[in-house]
Design a protein around this ligand. Sequence first.
Ligand code: ITT
Ligand code: MG
Length: 350
Amino acid sequence: MARALLEKGVRTAVIVTLGERGAMIVRRKGDDETVEQSTTDVNDDDDSNHETIMISEPADLPHQALPVVDAVGAGDAFCGALAAYLSRGVKLEQASSMACGVASMSVRKRGAQESYPLAQDLPECLQLDNKQQSSDGEESERRGTITFVTGNKNKLLEVQRLISSDQGKSVPFDLTNAKLDLPELQGSPEEIAREKCKTAANLLQSAVMTEDTSLCFHALNGLPGAYIKWFLDGLGHDGLNKMLQGFDDNRAYAQTIIAFSPGPGKEVHLFDGRTEGRIVPPRGSLDFGWDPIFEPLEEECESGDIDKGNTYAEMTKDDKNKISHRSKSFEKFRHFLATSSGEILKGMNA
Ligand SMILES: O=P(O)(O)OP(=O)(O)OP(=O)(O)OC[C@H]1O[C@@H](n2cnc3c(O)ncnc32)[C@H](O)[C@@H]1O
Ligand SMILES: [Mg+2]
């Protein structure tokens, strides 16, 4: 029957479960790598086109001492576990043996779904590690998803651009986004960022990233800072320029604080990026916030190898991203994700 299915065009292998005897993998000869598992036994005597590999569960699992009480749901436990192991890059033979182990736990309890073990209750050798050997021998990594929570579509567009230009330096995380306008406390930019991130993780019950951007005038000791949104809404570009009349210092810095939490109730990490510039009468596209009145300093432009004397709004998005407050904090965040990924993934799953 397994051979007939292969002849009909099954691509990789046919697996037949055999109750207490484990399982059998049948595949075309030469279709896969040599089998090295001690839990397998290759037999190719009976048919020159196919090989049969007998699979048994790993030896010495703690539950094997318990009596078998009910085989209901064992096949589904095997299939579900097999899919989970394969999706993490475990080789077919090893995944099948581990899936036999999970199914053999399920027959030690009554019922179908109630008899399936939870991932955290699996014995060590059946656990899904962060890293598993994939079928080509390379290490494949488990990935996590972080939700970027913002109500601002322009921020999202810039971050998406930063991510897509960052493909060479991959991190084992995917970024999705949720459009939510979260309450922002009063306080320092750090306090506002921390509280907002905590609220987002609790609301979404997941790993989240938020970002808060401030525009800080040197002559005003850092104000409007985190309150720039309200000043911009209330006074507009001209009003923000007028606020500096009477001072001989029009310098300002743009600051982004990215806040990341691996989940509700978990620690919040902050990543700060700043770009120095000056406040000038509006020039360029009016698409995004205070971009038309912020002209980055010459040294900032030199560091990104871009034309000097333009406001953010006069630059291309890519040029802005080379030197922007947002890209600097994002770079720190990306470095954190790359260097602490194992710990973060553990925190996300705990
Ligand atoms: O939902 P969130 O992410 O909080 O989005 P927001 O629009 O409320 O943003 P902030 O609370 O960080 O407020 C910052 C203000 O600065 C504006 N802004 C943020 N980043 C900017 C940038 O790179 N260039 C120009 N304006 C920016 C933004 O439109 C807001 O008016
Ligand atoms: Mg906001």
